[in-house]
Write a protein that binds this ligand. Structure first.
Ligand SMILES: [Zn+2]
Ligand SMILES: [Zn+2]
Length: 404
């Protein structure tokens, strides 16, 4: 073989195997995109929050405080009341963990204050290539009348103020558009996810379906006031997902809607259990642990939501959706494949369970009339710190369309 032939062969091999080009294989990265700190209404300093996530096996974290980025100078009062979110004892524990030099303290008119660490300072301390990083974000917190509209903007570079509007859907859309527009202007991949639709019974499935220009919502939020399972009055987030998917893929033509699991953690001291860290997260498949790469992977649907079940892998063939679990001793798994069918004159049952399969591998073969199919895995192990009593560890695989 002459050298030109060698080069040609090498070129063909490089084209066939992207991982040969970069020297890296895509792998799963665990992260939480919804957390609060003292920058808004969380009850812990941002470094304490980040420390917990890094020590507990997370690779990325979004500090998504309400209508604020962790930038600039912000001094927080040190109080001694029972309800004080930062106390002298809290400051002492930060001193123990991070050292004397870490703290910035002052006294103004006899009142003690601590300066909150900025994202830049947190990055310098916590980030390690290939191990842990922050994605800058914000929970854009808006409302229409009594309806709460909260949208997380991820990978932002500038603060987005709540955009308001004249209806709940207009408020959703204007805030989503503000995120999308910032992405266009800065040339960075960004993402907007609509949070906890059932918080204060704010959003209907039709509202969730109505998001144009983006496609993400929280199917699981760990804060105990958000009614993930619905009640007699509002549908569960699972049902919301299927109704929204069906509307988006028929009448609205807006395409798929992807589901996230998040903590929405505010309580970081283990005293209250309303919204603790560690309840729900996502795993994103990417070659690199890098904000733009993670967001791009999510935009492609290359991620899944979990509150305990770890998947080995999932994927699709032309005619099927399949997944496999990382088995754990003594734990069994049940996978439900869920979707809606097109039928004469409309659609069939919305969110029909097409198939239930037990075991560590499951596959659904398209029959030909499905609008979409998604998968939910439920394990036999109870969630150790559940959102609601009786919750078992689960995972949610993103919906896919039938490819013709
Ligand atoms: Zn919220
Ligand atoms: Zn929140």
């Amino acid at each position: 073989m002459d050298s030109r032939m060698h080069l040609l062969l090498l070129f063909v091999v490089l084209l066939a195997c992207p991982s040969v080009v970069t020297g890296q294989e895509a792998r799963w990265w665990k992260g939480n995109t919804h957390t609060h700190t003292l920058w808004s209404d969380g009850n812990a300093a941002p470094e304490q929050v980040a420390d917990w996530y890094r020590k507990n096996g997370y690779h990325f974290l979004v500090l998504s405080d309400h209508n604020i980025l962790s930038t600039g100078e912000k001094w927080f009062p040190i109080g001694e009341m029972e309800r004080s979110r930062l106390t002298s004892a809290g400051v002492e524990s930060l001193r123990d963990r991070f050292g004397e030099d870490w703290l910035s303290l002052r006294e103004v008119s006899g009142k003690r204050e601590m300066r909150l660490k900025t994202l830049d300072e947190l990055r310098a301390f916590f980030e390690l290539p290939g191990e842990f990083l922050f994605i800058q974000g914000e929970e854009i917190t808006d409302r229409w009348k009594k309806k709460e509209v909260h949208i997380n903007g991820l990978n932002l570079t500038e603060l987005i103020e709540p955009q308001h509007g004249d209806s709940v859907r207009e408020v959703i859309q204007r805030n989503v558009d503000a995120v999308v527009d910032q992405g266009k202007r800065t040339g960075r991949p960004v993402l907007a996810h609509l949070n906890h639709p059932n918080f204060r019974k704010s959003l209907t499935p039709e509202d969730v379906a109505s998001i144009e220009n983006d496609r993400f919502f929280e199917v699981y939020n760990g804060h105990r006031s958000v009614l993930n399972h619905g009640d007699g009055e509002v549908a569960s987030t699972e049902v919301i997902w299927d109704v929204a998917l069906t509307l988006r893929l028929t009448r609205l033509q807006y395409g798929l809607l992807y589901g996230l699991a998040t903590d929405d953690s505010h309580d970081h001291h283990g005293l209250k259990e309303t919204s603790t860290p560690g309840r729900g997260w996502i795993f994103v498949r990417s070659e690199k642990l890098e904000p733009n790469a993670l967001i791009q992977a999510m935009r492609k649907g290359d991620f899944y939501a979990s509150n305990g079940v770890v998947l080995e892998d999932f994927g699709r063939t032309k005619n099927s959706l399949w997944l496999s679990m990382k088995p754990e001793p003594g734990v069994t798994y049940k996978t439900e494949f869920i979707g809606t069918r097109l039928q004469e004159g409309g659609v069939g049952e919305i969110g029909e369970i097409f198939k239930v399969e037990a075991g560590v591998r499951a596959e659904y073969r398209f029959e030909g009339n499905e609008l979409y199919v998604r998968a939910r895995v439920v394990s036999s192990r109870p969630h150790p710190n559940p959102f609601a009593t009786g919750d078992m560890e689960s995972a949610w695989v993103q919906p896919i369309l039938r490819s013709d």
